[in-house]
Design a protein around this ligand. Structure first.
Ligand SMILES: [Cu+2]
Length: 169
């Protein structure tokens, strides 16, 4: 390698180092942007035991991120479909549950209880019986496309038998 080539290579290397540090510098100028998936956790998660069909996952969602975030979907290998549900009183006074329109909003310092008779993560079409002592892994996806995965132990529970309002009937 002659001197000109060496100089050229050195210049290229210097340029790429500049590019790299340039990117890094841009990154640090932004406020420490954390995704919803990094700032939301669930406490005391559990799932209701069921042999087949539908069941639900409960717990307390905590947002420590300082930004409002929205959980837009849930999924688990334990069921064909998972939805974020709320429980509302129907016209006849009966309690029914339905998907939360627009997702589950968590304000910047929210603690939102998912509990029987209230909001919950609905599992539909269980792929196998869920027995007490089993574990269910659920992945939440937020509006910023980040995700949060947690594991919920399965427990026997006799409540949470609200009807599912599927918009029909
Ligand atoms: Cu439900």
């Amino acid at each position: 390698m002659n001197a000109t080539m060496t100089a050229r290579v050195a210049a290229l290397l210097a340029a790429s180092v500049l590019l790299l540090t340039g990117c890094a510098a841009t990154g640090t100028e932004e406020p420490a942007a954390r995704t919803a998936g990094e700032t939301v956790t669930i406490e005391d998660a559990w799932a209701k035991a069921a042999d087949e069909g539908m069941t639900a996952v409960f717990g307390t969602l905590v947002n420590k991120g300082g930004d409002d975030v929205t959980v837009v979907s849930a999924k688990t290998e334990a069921a064909e479909m998972a939805e974020l549900h709320e429980t509302v009183q129907g016209d006849a006074g009966e309690m029914t549950m339905r998907p939360i329109e627009g997702g589950l909003a968590l304000s910047h310092d929210a603690r939102v209880a998912l509990e029987p008779g209230g909001d919950h993560i609905m599992l539909m079409g269980l792929t196998a019986p869920l027995k007490a002592g089993d574990e269910v892994t659920v992945t939440l996806t937020f509006s910023d496309r980040s995700t949060y995965e947690f594991t919920a132990p399965v427990k026997d529970y006799s409540g949470a038998n609200e009807n599912y309002d599927d918009g029909g009937e």
